[in-house]
Design a protein around this ligand. Structure first.
Ligand SMILES: Cc1ncc(COP(=O)(O)O)c(C=O)c1O
Length: 455
């Protein structure tokens, strides 16, 4: 039998030259974004004041299957891609499982995560359009770091609104973001109407992605030459992240493998949407039938306990409405929840696929996730991000099931990033101070009762 190496690297000239748009192969498309003022599907003209034009086009395009990656973005990708596909031999041995476990490692760049895959094209298109600045939000900090890197490279000033509790938990994120010349503001802040309104209601709020999005969008639409960019949830972001899945599929093909199970953590859905893209294409076109699994925190369970409904993408209710699995745009996850995966909604593409039965979802409490993170760090010698560790937890549990049934399944999961800025959370785990907060049905119901009445 052919020996499979620990790390499978594609040659540089095999970086995908096109992104794959999963929507093109969906017979039933995701529901369109709605303009909250009219209740009608948004148009390019609606989106252009907020997003740069090419990105707005990508957002609305449900039919073009492949988009050429611009040459300057390919040059940028070459600095850290192709990323390795790794066979988890040591983890397999430790678990004594017949399963073959592979992971696609996206943490080999300064931002420490997959977020750079979308940051680079977003900064590039904005610069190419002649825009003069960008704004964004960041939760755990990886997106803000990635976008700061990309904006610095392509020469665009950037303001980052960072969710306040993460800003306080991870002071060194600020230093990294400032290294790339971006400005960083803890959110909610008094610099925007949205921030001031949220603070007036709850001065002690620890913030949420939804609040930070409101602030960033408001700044973009009130500043000439400025646009807003988002690191997850949107169709365009899933499109850019398809490089993860395309490279994974090609590397697996090179070693004669195909996954029985594909697992990814799910915050807003960008890494998962990107990782599964070619495998979901096979599923949608009847070529293969892999089991596709989204893993989310029990503290912010949009797929497993949310509602499939039209909702605002932000807390201040200024964005378009997206039909997605949501916990309500006012939902603020417990501050005790470490890391990202704190978003109230889920990508409309993934929400539709989940709703139509093409994938399943599981949720875990964070102490189970950190147990898996520590086990993985010891066996594979990579310190994983808490977000990525949700996928690790599910992969380990699938491999344990294989040990029990004797099935030698091939498992592929996304290792989206490293956890070097998450040491406070690791420390809390080591000290036994980790709190597994799970919202009650009543709390979720209170938030869901505020959903706008569009369906
Ligand atoms: C390392 C890492 N993985 C995963 C995620 C989740 O985002 P998404 O669901 O968009 O991939 C984040 C978000 O902050 C992240 O930083």
């Amino acid at each position: 039998m052919k020996h499979i190496p620990n790390r499978i690297y594609l040659p540089e000239d095999r970086i995908p030259r096109q992104w794959y748009n999963l929507r093109a192969d969906m017979k039933e498309k995701p529901e369109p974004l709605l303009n909250p003022a009219t209740g009608k599907p948004v148009t390019l003209a609606d989106l252009e004041p907020v997003f740069c034009t090419e990105l707005a086009r990508q957002e609305l395009d449900d039919t073009t299957p492949y988009f050429d990656i611009p040459e300057p973005v390919l040059e940028f990708y070459k600095m850290y891609r192709p990323s390795p596909l790794i066979r988890a031999y040591q983890l397999e041995k430790y678990l004594d499982t017949p399963a073959k476990i592979y992971y696609k490692f996206e943490g080999n760049n300064t931002s420490g995560s997959h977020k750079l895959n979308s940051a680079a094209p977003q900064a590039y298109y904005a610069k190419a359009q002649g825009l003069t600045s960008l704004t964004t939000e960041t939760g755990a900090g990886q997106w803000g770091t990635a976008l700061a890197e990309a904006c610095s490279f392509f020469g665009l000033p950037l303001t980052v609104y960072m969710v306040k509790c993460s800003y306080e938990q991870k002071p060194f994120r600020k230093a990294v973001i400032e290294t790339f010349d971006a400005k960083i503001i803890p959110s909610p802040s008094s610099t925007t109407n949205a921030g001031r309104a949220i603070l007036a209601k709850d001065p002690n709020t620890t913030g949420s992605l939804g609040c930070a999005i409101s602030e960033a969008v408001e700044t973009a639409v009130t500043t000439p030459g400025c646009r807003y960019v988002l690191g997850s949830v949107l169709n365009q972001v899933l499109l850019h992240q398809s490089v993860i899945g395309l490279e994974s599929a090609e590397a697996m093909e090179m070693i004669g493998e195909y996954p029985d199970i594909v697992i990814g953590c799910a915050g807003g859905g960008s890494n998962l949407g990107g990782l599964i893209a070619p495998f979901m294409r096979d599923k949608l076109t009847g070529k293969a039938d892999p089991d596709i699994v989204a893993v989310e925190p029990a503290s912010c369970p949009s797929l497993t306990r949310g509602r499939y409904a039209y909702d605002f993408c932000d807390t201040g209710k200024i964005t378009p409405l997206a039909k997605m699995y949501t916990l309500g745009s006012g939902f603020i996850p417990s501050a005790s929840h470490a890391g990202g995966l704190r978003y109230h909604g889920m990508s409309p593409v993934l929400s539709k696929l989940y709703h139509d039965g093409y994938m399943r979802a599981v949720s875990y409490e964070q102490s189970k996730v950190f147990e898996a993170a520590v086990l993985f760090a010891k066996q594979e010698t990579i310190l994983p991000a808490p977000e990525s560790s949700h996928a690790i937890r599910a992969a380990i549990d699938e491999a344990i099931k294989c040990r029990e049934t004797g099935q030698a399944k091939t498992i592929l999961f996304g290792l989206t990033g490293t956890g070097y800025f998450d040491m406070t959370a690791y420390e809390n785990f080591h000290k036994g101070n980790m709190n597994d907060y799970v919202p009650t049905d009543e709390e979720l119901e209170a938030s869901l009762s505020q959903l706008p009445t569009f369906s």
